[in-house]
Design a protein around this ligand. Sequence first.
Ligand SMILES: [Zn+2]
Length: 198
Amino acid sequence: MTVARTLQPLIVVLLASGCTPLPPPAPPPVEPAPRAPAISAEQRRAAEDIARQLTSQTGDVAAVYAALRRAYSGQGERFSETLTLAQQPPLKPLSYYQDDIERVTINRLLRPGEGLAYWRNWSKVLTGGSWDPAKQFRDPEEMRQVGNYAIFGILAHELGHYLTSHNFSMPAARMIDELWADQLAVAMMDHLAAANPG
Ligand SMILES: [Zn+2]
């Protein structure tokens, strides 16, 4: 499975992932993108751990979370001891970060046979059911694995909220916080994709 194919449905899901949907993206900035920092051996191991969990029949989102924290830490980000992870059933559309109790709530990873239900649920939420996920994917296993990559992307976004000190009591700042969380998450996914191509 290519990274590009993985990210396509993922980006759609990120925009609806339990946070305020964002407007269409602004035109690309004129200045060149900053060069990504070098990938350390630790980050390469984190990327491999994440890929293993997402493609395994028995992957654990808590292990993805632990590896993602290691990867963010490798880029100089700091986490407090009190930040925790809560898991919820895979068809819950709303994942979120609660700043007051420092907790990320995220779907557990999909088990074999759960991919179609996962994507049908997003189709219902985003298109009223008019998008047919069965036509988008090769087979049920691809549906499941891409679904797990979507959950990973949402988790990276929610951790981005933690890292940008997201504050839900400040509506005016909310859109900026969403953009920061997305930028951090996309940068981390880019970085991990480069560390673990294929
Ligand atoms: Zn968000």
